[in-house]
Design a protein around this ligand. Structure first.
Ligand SMILES: O=P(O)(O)OC[C@H]1O[C@H](O)[C@H](O)[C@@H](O)[C@@H]1O
Ligand SMILES: [Fe+2]
Length: 189
C-alpha cells in the first residue's frame, strides 16, 4: 500500500549515487548525433570514449511518483562540437524536469517542437527548470567532467526519436577558444 521511504548518498566528487542503476553511453552509441561525421568515425575507431554515464534511481512509470539521476558528462569534442547527451523530449511531453548542476562547466540546450532553441549556462549551483514540452540536452563546455542531478516525473519517459532524426536547431562549438552557440546547418524543420 504505502511505499517505503529511503535516503541514498550522492558523492559530489564522482557523481555516483549508491545503489543506482548505471548506464554508459560511448561515442559509438551516438552515431548520427554529431555534425562532423568524419571526426566522429575517426574518434570511434581510435578510442571510442565514454561520453557520459547516468546513475538513476527509478520507480515504476506511474503518475505522481518521481525519478532522479545524476549524469557524469565527460569533456571532449567531436570536431569543434562539445560532447553532449543524446537529448530527448519526454514521451509524456507535458512532463517537466529540474536539473541541478554539481560540478564542472556546461549548459543545457532546450528546444520547442517548433525548433525555438535556448541555451542556458550551468555551473555548480545552477538550477534549470525544464518546462513541459521542451526537448533538453546537456553540453560539457569545460575540461573536467560536468556533473548534475535531474529530478523528473516517473511517468515522463524518453522520446529520443525526434532529436535523433532532426537534431537541435542550435549547436555548441569551440571557435578561437570560445564557446559559441550557433545555428545547426543540418537542422531539418
Ligand atoms: O537520456 P539522455 O538524453 O541521453 O540524457 C541523459 C540523462 O540525463 C538526465 O540524467 C536525465 O534525468 C535522464 O533522464 C537522462 O537519461
Ligand atoms: Fe528529461
Amino acid at each position: 500500500m504505502y511505499k517505503e521511504p529511503f535516503g541514498v548518498k550522492l558523492d559530489f566528487e564522482t557523481g555516483i549515487i549508491e545503489n543506482a542503476k548505471k548506464l554508459v553511453r560511448k561515442l559509438s552509441d551516438m552515431k548520427g548525433y554529431f555534425l562532423d561525421e568524419e571526426a566522429w568515425k575517426e574518434l570511434v575507431e581510435k578510442e571510442d570514449p565514454v561520453v557520459y554515464e547516468v546513475y538513476a534511481i527509478e520507480q515504476e512509470e506511474k503518475e505522481g511518483d518521481l525519478n532522479f539521476a545524476t549524469t557524469v558528462l565527460y569533456p571532449g569534442k567531436v570536431g569543434k562540437e562539445f560532447f553532449f547527451t543524446k537529448g530527448h523530449y519526454h514521451a509524456k511531453a507535458d512532463r517537466a524536469e529540474i536539473y541541478f548542476a554539481l560540478k564542472g562547466k556546461g549548459g543545457m540546450l532546450l528546444q520547442t517542437p517548433e525548433g525555438d532553441a535556448k541555451f542556458i549556462e550551468m555551473e555548480p549551483g545552477t538550477i534549470v527548470y525544464v518546462p513541459p514540452y521542451w526537448a533538453h540536452r546537456t553540453v560539457n563546455t569545460g575540461n573536467e567532467p560536468f556533473i548534475f542531478l535531474a529530478i523528473y516525473p516517473a511517468d515522463a519517459g524518453h522520446d529520443y526519436g525526434t532529436i535523433k532524426e532532426k537534431g537541435f536547431s542550435k549547436i555548441v562549438v569551440e571557435e578561437d577558444g570560445k564557446v559559441v552557440v550557433k545555428d545547426n546547418p543540418k537542422w531539418k524543420e
